[in-house]
Design a binder for this molecule. Sequence first.
Ligand SMILES: C[C@](O)(CO)[C@H](O)COP(=O)(O)OP(=O)(O)OC[C@H]1O[C@@H](n2ccc(N)nc2=O)[C@H](O)[C@@H]1O
Ligand SMILES: Nc1ncnc2c1ncn2[C@@H]1O[C@H](COP(=O)(O)OP(=O)(O)OP(=O)(O)O)[C@@H](O)[C@H]1O
Length: 301
Amino acid sequence: MTNHSISLPSPAKLNLFLHITGRRNDGYHELQTIFQFINVCDQLDFTTTNDALVHILPAIKGVPLEENLIYKAAQALKPFAKNEAFGANISLKKRLPMGGGIGGGSSNAATTLLALNQLWQCDLSTDALANIGRHLGADVPVFVRGNAAFAEGIGELLTPVEPETPFYLLVKPDCHVATGQIFADKYLTRDTPPIRIAHALKLSGQNDCLEVVKKHNPEVNEAFEWLQDYGDVKLTGTGACLFIAYNTIEDAERVRASVPKKWQTWVCQGCNVSPTHLALNQWIKKQKSLRLNSELSKPDE
Ligand SMILES: C[C@](O)(CO)[C@H](O)COP(=O)(O)OP(=O)(O)OC[C@H]1O[C@@H](n2ccc(N)nc2=O)[C@H](O)[C@@H]1O
Ligand SMILES: Nc1ncnc2c1ncn2[C@@H]1O[C@H](COP(=O)(O)OP(=O)(O)OP(=O)(O)O)[C@@H](O)[C@H]1O
């Protein structure tokens, strides 16, 4: 019998660098960045129901159901479900901080699209899912595709790349950065010349949002200053999270041990294939073998 449940990790991303190369007429900014996943993840469990409803437990504090990106992703996929009575019970173990620049909401949306595409037998291609994802948020497509990528446009034009996969110390200063406020600041650098992909992999990790983020968020400034003695500190997205790459896990752990306790910290590793896709591929393989076994055990007709 086909399994009607699936459990998937929903990872965070880092922007290894972030250049703002222009502003479009609709106000959105054109970027160049490299996205890499890290093995710090939320966990999402999905079970199909037949009541056509989508339930999410527990609710995210401060985020109404209709604004939860998991719910929005499920609603966007619903018209493609094989049976219109299909619904889902979704349980969420939230570990990724919000407003950290590590893309937790976008990741949750992508994980939902990938899981329900299977459970609701939508049979949509990755391109179709990425296209649905694009309307939920600029960072959703990279999580749908599942490969570390050089991104252009507003983040949706993706070319897979394989940057090194060091260990990272990730630090979340005690604040929540409002992405819109950063992009609205008149002093934001918006004219970094576009670069080519080969050049992108050799860059040292400049983030054009850094100065404006530090200006609006003294906690980010303080953490940045503190961390500078311990390596090459970078900002991911519009922050608040900062990260430093290390060659060994021991080096990352040693610095973590001395970080002031008021900041949340993780030691993790860069992943060029999303943990969601690794788990999803295992699940698909298991379903195929279950189907094959049940075909073989049917009595001859
Ligand atoms: C900058 C990145 O962190 C890079 O990974 C993301 O693209 C930000 O993605 P996000 O947090 O999902 O942000 P969104 O919710 O899409 O955008 C919040 C607001 O930031 C501004 N915004 C965002 C992305 C972008 N490329 N240009 C913008 O000008 C827009 O005013 C938008 O209304
Ligand atoms: N399932 C969800 N998980 C997290 N945030 C969500 C979710 N659904 C809606 N949101 C909203 O999206 C906002 C941004 O959340 P997210 O975790 O993606 O921030 P972020 O790490 O700053 O992302 P980015 O790197 O894309 O800027 C949250 O403040 C919250 O209001």
